[in-house]
Design a protein around this ligand. Structure first.
Ligand SMILES: [Zn+2]
Length: 217
């Protein structure tokens, strides 16, 4: 899932408006930011197989970014890092919710991936495989994302007019491109997959940062 990971970000923000949504947008993709970086560095391994059913990504070795044990560790490390700052020591709940957002990535990957997520090291691979039902996978992902976005917009009572346009055009465009993307299309090499993922995460966070600064008081 790509945009589906943002559903918990919207949900946490709607429940506690003190947590910055742009920070949640980074938090929910920490696992994939680590993954893309380690792929580019050649430390984690993945390949492309366009013959594979439903998804061409063959995620053969990703113990650091997508291991259950390491996801627990870096989620807690994230909370620890935030608590070094006086702001988060005063707002501990915000730090813990950002940590929860980091960990939510693994949960959503666990539901959607085939068994390629290692529990410990590179062993005991798990994954419930929602990917094997591509239509359902896309409907559920788009549904979570759009409902989350709507819940957030409702919770913060809207935005300045131009920011509302920016927000909904971004939500619509990202939903359509993610839903209409053909899984059988050859994504090129794994490095370009990593770079386009990082580019999208940066762009999405930037849009949300701008939108969030223009919420209605
Ligand atoms: Zn992931």
């Amino acid at each position: 899932m790509l945009i589906g990971h943002y559903a918990p970000a919207f949900m946490i923000k709607a429940l506690d408006k003190k947590v910055p949504l742009w920070g949640l947008f980074i938090a929910v993709q920490v696992a994939d930011i680590i993954w893309a970086t380690l792929i580019l560095l050649g430390i984690e391994k993945a390949g492309i197989n366009t013959e594979a059913l439903h998804s061409p990504l063959v995620l053969s070795y990703m113990p650091y970014s997508h291991g259950l044990l390491s996801a627990i560790c870096y989620s807690l490390a994230g909370v620890g890092l935030l608590l070094l700052f006086p702001y988060f020591r005063k707002n501990k709940q915000t730090a813990w919710l950002l940590g929860l957002a980091i960990f939510s990535h693994w949960i959503i990957d666990f539901i959607s991936h085939r068994p390629d997520l290692p529990v410990y090291g590179n062993s005991m691979k798990v994954g419930l495989g929602l990917w094997n039902y591509p239509a359902w996978s896309k409907i559920i992902e788009a549904g979570m994302y759009v409902l989350g976005a709507a819940w957030y917009a409702y919770a913060v009572k809207g935005f300045k007019r131009w920011a509302a346009w920016l927000f909904w055009i971004f939500i619509l465009a990202s939903t359509l491109s993610s839903t209409l993307r053909s899984e059988t299309m050859d994504p090129g090499n794994i490095h370009s997959v990593a770079i386009s993922a990082l580019t999208f995460y940066f762009f999405a966070t930037l849009v949300i940062f701008i939108v969030e600064k223009n919420e209605k008081e």
